[in-house]
Design a binder for this molecule. Sequence first.
Ligand code: PZK
Length: 312
Amino acid sequence: MSVAALELPLRKIASGKVREIFEIDDERLLFVASDRISAYDVVMNEQIPDKGRVLTGMTEHWLKLAGEIPNHLLSMSLSDLPDEVRPSWEELAGRFMIVRRLNMMPVEFVVRGYLVGSGWAEYKRNGTIAGLKLPERLREADKLPAPVFTPATKAVTGHDENISEETAGEIVGEARMRAARDYAFALYEMAATYAEQRGIIVADTKFEFGMWDGEVVLADEVLTPDSSRFWPAGEWRPGTNPPSFDKQYLRDWLSGLDWNKEPPPPTLPADVIEGTRRRYLEAYERITGSSFHEYLKRQGGATFAQNETSQS
Ligand code: PZK
């Protein structure tokens, strides 16, 4: 069940706070979403069971809706796992993607539909977002007149640094930047419209793109709570920073402690883990309109494999 120390007999080529990428061969990578969770940039010691599966299932859902936009996903079928990792199939089921190996662009393609986070900070300072003049007297979390592209780079500190569209064009090439930017806008508009009908606001989101065979290709996880701000539409109050759909339960609990938000994190009690897990499952079901249990059955998750074998 635990994937905190997921070890596979493959070379790890990238690891983030909550996800990892391994090399299969020259053309393919194994992308794995763990159940780890971070709050205030600190990874907790405990995991949220099935969180990685929820995020992988959401990515799959959005990639299906994204239709003609080229993406890196090759397979989520257990039968396509390389022989070396077969022994770990139960742990991997539902949380892995076999993806095409791309030449990644070192720019994050962020689209914001609402005024929060670093966008709100810039607006308070300068009245702009990504250098673009905005109407006066907007409030925190207000909906923007139109979505805005706010590219960023990973700074040496590991934190994101906002850059101008022009700088993004200098880094990846103007034509590539424009193609990825236009895909990012199209994806955001599609997802925001779709999610709003299901009671979820996609406040902003970050995409990663790479190049393959001269084409701009969508990579990474897509429109998940880890790469986006999802808000329950009913709790959106301009003038306040709305709760995130997934982590608010955890944040509320953490804010009642006198933890300084530096490692080591406090030990999460079972009810906080369970409450947070329920929020992830609810986000999956509201967004996809289908049951998470069905996803587990389809992808052959560990619990499921166990239950089904004990039946037969
Ligand atoms: C790739 N990252 C970001 C960092 C992660 C992911 N299809 C691809 N081809 C080549 N490289 C990448 C991808 C994808 N996706 C993405 N780093 C490399 C990243 C840390 C952990 F899971």
